[in-house]
Design a protein around this ligand. Structure first.
Ligand code: DC
Length: 223
C-alpha cells in the first residue's frame, strides 16, 4: 500500500518569509514544495508581454485556459517555473510583474483554474504549499495549516534587502509603501482574500531566521 500523503499549507502576507520557510520545510520533510504565487506571477508575465487589457477578466480567464504552467524539479531540489515551456523563474520576480499580479489574482475564472491545477499537483503526493488561499480554499483538509506573519518593519526590511541584493535601486520607504498596498489588495479582494483559516496555527517569524521559523513549525507537527 502506498504511504499516506499529506498537505501542509502556509498562507500569509508578502515578506513574512512564507516561501523560503515553505521551501526549507519541504526539503526537511523530503516532499514537494508548491509555490502558488509563482503561478499567478507567470500568468501576469504572459499577460504583460501580450500587452493585454488587465481589466478584461474574461480575456484573462481565456488566457489562463490557454497557458501551461509547469514546475520543473532542478538537480538542487529547487523548482523552476516554466511558462508554455520557457523557464521564467527569474522573469517572474521583476517589479513590473510583482506590481501587476493583483489584476490576475482577483479574477474568479483565473483562480478556479489555478485551484484545479494546484489540487492536481497535490494529488497522490505529499506537499508543502504556500500562498494566500491554500488553507482556506484549495486544501481545506490539509493535515496542517499555518498562517505565517511578521511585523511590518521586518517584512519591509526583508523585501528591501532582497531587492538590493538583486541589484535594484529602491528605498525602504518605497518598499514599505508598495508592500502595504499589496497587502491591502490581498486582504480586500472579493474572491479568496487573504485570511487566516479558522484551524490554522499562527507562526510569527519576527526576529527569527528561516531555519528558526522552520524549527518552530517542525515542533508543531507530527506526521
Ligand atoms: O507570494 P507571491 O508574492 O509570489 O504572490 C504573488 C501574487 O499572487 C500576490 O499578489 C498574491 C497572489 N497570490 C494569490 O492571490 N493566491 C495565491 N495562492 C498565491 C499568490
Amino acid at each position: 500500500m502506498p504511504a499516506e500523503t499529506f498537505v501542509i499549507t502556509l498562507d500569509g502576507p508578502a515578506g513574512a518569509g512564507k516561501s523560503t520557510v515553505a521551501k526549507s520545510l519541504a526539503k526537511r520533510l523530503g516532499v514537494t514544495y508548491l509555490d502558488t504565487g509563482a503561478m499567478y506571477r507567470a500568468l501576469t508575465l504572459k499577460a504583460l508581454r501580450l500587452k493585454m487589457d488587465m481589466s478584461d477578466e474574461e480575456a484573462l480567464t481565456t488566457l489562463t485556459r490557454n497557458t501551461k504552467i509547469v514546475f520543473k524539479e532542478m538537480p538542487d531540489g529547487s523548482l523552476n517555473v516554466t511558462l508554455d515551456g520557457e523557464d521564467v523563474s527569474v522573469a517572474i520576480r521583476a517589479p513590473e510583474v510583482t506590481n501587476n499580479t493583483f489584476y490576475v489574482a482577483r479574477v474568479a475564472g483565473v483562480r478556479s483554474l489555478m485551484v484545479a491545477w494546484q489540487r492536481q499537483i497535490g494529488q497522490g503526493r505529499s506537499i508543502v504549499t504556500d500562498g494566500r488561499d491554500q488553507g482556506t480554499v484549495v486544501f481545506k483538509d490539509a493535515r496542517y495549516k499555518f498562517y505565517v506573519d511578521a511585523d511590518v518593519e521586518e517584512r519591509a526590511g526583508r523585501r528591501y534587502r532582497e531587492l538590493i541584493a538583486a541589484g535594484k535601486t529602491v528605498t525602504l520607504d518605497q518598499v514599505r509603501t508598495d508592500m502595504l498596498e499589496r497587502d491591502q489588495k490581498d486582504f480586500n479582494r472579493v474572491v479568496s482574500p487573504l485570511k487566516k483559516a479558522p484551524d490554522a496555527i499562527t507562526v510569527d517569524s519576527t526576529g527569527l531566521t528561516v531555519e528558526g521559523t522552520v524549527d518552530k513549525i517542525m515542533k508543531l507537527i507530527q506526521l
